[in-house]
Design a protein around this ligand. Sequence first.
Ligand code: ADP
Length: 200
Amino acid sequence: MSDHIIPHSYQVSISHRKTLNGHNSLLLWFTGLSGSGKSTIANVVERKLFDLGIKTYTLDGDNIRKGLNKNLSFSPEDRAENIRRIAETANLMIDAGIVVLGAFVSPYKKDRQNIKAIVTEVNFVEIYVNTSIKECERRDVKGLYKKARAGEIKNMTGISAPYEAPENPDIEIKTERETVEDAAQRIVEYIIPKIKLQNE
Ligand code: ADP
């Protein structure tokens, strides 16, 4: 089937879009346990980038699991398909010239490798939001840990499903030691040179 899909040659290319925007596009991928701080930090990073005039969009459980992926469960197979679709969506947004932020638990190493393969390594920044399970459970932002301990949620990462920590993340944030503001600032400083256009 895909053998018969011949790409059309469009007059407006990714490089035109990047020139118009004044910056490169890439994907900032936040991984970590539920309640580790992914959305909180991504939110501040996006605000800072937006204030610098950078075009951004955040993909997270709220806008993906309720729409595009609402037919998927939390089984390992469905988690893999969830990630694949998110990565393909991010890839389209990268092509559109946007700095994409993705905040997902994404507990499996091979799924995160798959994202990197889809968007390509140069466009992928892995941010490990490293918060202990003890602290995530203490925060219990969404009440999910309580439900998991009560057996109401199966496949809860950190409780009844594994989390495979990144070995070589581009950035690691230990939220029990670093403030949201400091972490967000560190991320912005890391990516500014990466999204700068070559000819500037
Ligand atoms: P996730 O998106 O990883 O599920 P959230 O960002 O929704 O997690 O929740 C993290 C919670 O931890 C928030 O209530 C946030 O205010 C709190 N928190 C406390 N300290 C930090 C920190 N240094 N970095 C990020 N979040 C923190």
